[in-house]
Ligand binder design. Structure first.
Ligand SMILES: C[S@@+](CC[C@H](N)C(=O)[O-])C[C@H]1O[C@@H](n2cnc3c(N)ncnc32)[C@H](O)[C@@H]1O
Length: 393
């Protein structure tokens, strides 16, 4: 069988991240939320821009919505088998009429009402969908997947409507296209798309992203809006490189309030990206690559190494003058929001810093060898070897 992702490895990365996120997301996030005063009894996945679009299989098993149905069904059965009694709803939305008709046919047999697993569809522009469904209620938990073709169709006002408590957003931010747009737009060649862009990033986006506009600056403005305007606590980014080029194609931004979700995203990113680098520059096509393939293939590994090398500085920035809790769980998630490091990598880095006298080994007070979620993270003032970690890498 031919690989349905042949020629579009970036879709493989997007789908693989979604797939790997959905199962553990249901298990970990929902399990945790079951302990709340108002327990969650329904898990909802909303695919706001479902397609089918650019698929290579007859049954569309290479589409986000088919992947979501399969993963959520598995998670649903596992949660119910363990006695958690959860209902699951998969809401698929697609604005294009022709694609919508195909979507309806493809998912016609996917619901199983007896077991509480429901698939529903709507044929609406995303902003109308957001107005119709509104925010999640107290007994449901939602993940909303926003995967448009460009940057239009998901204005900030919609995200604000949807993004209250009990909700996560996974946004495909088309960084490469945004970069080209903000560059040309800042030079005065604004297009009709300008209105859509302002709807997403705010009317003042030009002032906010400064004198050298870039896709990264625009993305980080969106992340800031997700946190400050909407109230998400974290907005980590998983960067997906372009096929055959040394360039980022798009960013998957996870807007969440959960430390567990941030670590999950980092663990999945590590698994997927190491594989992805080989897919996007296959050995057979090394000589067609624009740039240095060996260098580009190591891109994610280098990013992790850079994060490890600047970890102590980031730790200082995160801990100094901190108003939030200084428990490891909280400090770790704040660092992970900006750095592609797993919790276990950060644990090892802290142990190493403690061995070098730069961090207090608070975990030893309870006889542990490494920090646990509730151990405070305390930096030693004026340590002898503040950058002692460098020998490790
Ligand atoms: C990038 S494709 C989605 C791909 C799909 N999520 C996947 O990974 O298999 C974007 C889809 O959004 C639809 N679309 C475009 N504008 C929309 C809007 N404003 N609201 C909802 N759907 C829209 C397009 O018709 C297209 O099918």
């Amino acid at each position: 069988m031919t690989d349905p992702y042949d020629g579009r490895p970036q879709s493989w990365a997007k789908h693989e991240i979604l797939k790997r996120y959905l199962g553990p997301f249901s298990q970990k996030v929902v399990r945790g939320l079951k302990n709340l005063q108002t327990p969650i009894d329904e898990l909802v996945f909303v695919d706001g821009f479902a397609g089918p679009w650019d698929t290579a299989t007859d049954d569309c098993s290479d589409s986000s919505f088919m992947i979501a149905i399969a993963e959520l069904r598995r998670a649903h059965d596992a949660l119910n088998a363990s006695g958690l009694g959860i209902r699951t709803r998969v809401h698929l939305n697609e604005a294009n009429r022709k694609a919508y008709r195909r979507l309806v046919d493809l998912v016609a047999e996917s619901s199983d009402h007896a077991s509480g697993f429901r698939v529903e569809t709507t044929n609406l522009p995303f902003d109308e969908l957001a107005a119709q469904i509104g925010p999640a209620n107290a007994s449901e938990f939602r993940l909303v997947f926003i995967d448009p073709k460009g940057w239009s169709g998901y204005p900030l006002a919609c995200l604000r409507k949807l993004g209250r408590e009990n909700t996560e957003l996974l946004i495909n931010f088309m960084r490469y296209h945004v970069h080209r747009f903000v560059k040309s737009s800042a030079e005065g060649e604004t297009e009709g798309e300008d209105r859509q862009f302002s709807a997403l990033l705010g009317e003042d986006w030009r002032d906010r992203i400064g004198t050298s506009p870039s896709g990264i600056a625009a993305r980080d403005l969106l992340r800031e809006r997700l946190r400050k305007d909407i109230g998400f606590r974290f907005a980590p980014v998983m960067e997906i490189g372009m096929a055959q080029r040394e360039q980022v194609h798009f960013d998957l931004i996870l807007a969440t309030r959960s430390t567990v979700a941030v670590d999950l995203a980092r663990a999945i990113e590590k698994k997927v990206m190491e594989d992805y680098e080989k897919r996007r520059i296959p050995s057979s096509q090394m000589d067609l690559f624009e740039g240095d393939p060996d260098y580009a293939r190591d891109w994610f590994i280098r990013r992790r190494r850079d994060a490890q090398a600047s970890f102590y500085k980031k730790l200082q920035e995160t801990v100094d003058g901190r108003r939030r809790s200084n428990e490891f769980k909280s400090v770790c998630a704040d660092i992970q929001e900006d750095m592609p490091l797993t919790k276990s990598a950060i644990t090892l880095l802290l142990v190493h810093l403690a061995d070098n006298g730069a961090v207090e080994a608070t975990w030893k007070e309870r006889g542990a060898k490494r920090p646990g979620d509730f151990d405070p993270v305390i930096l030693v003032q004026n340590p002898c070897t503040p950058d002692g970690q460098s020998s490790l890498f």
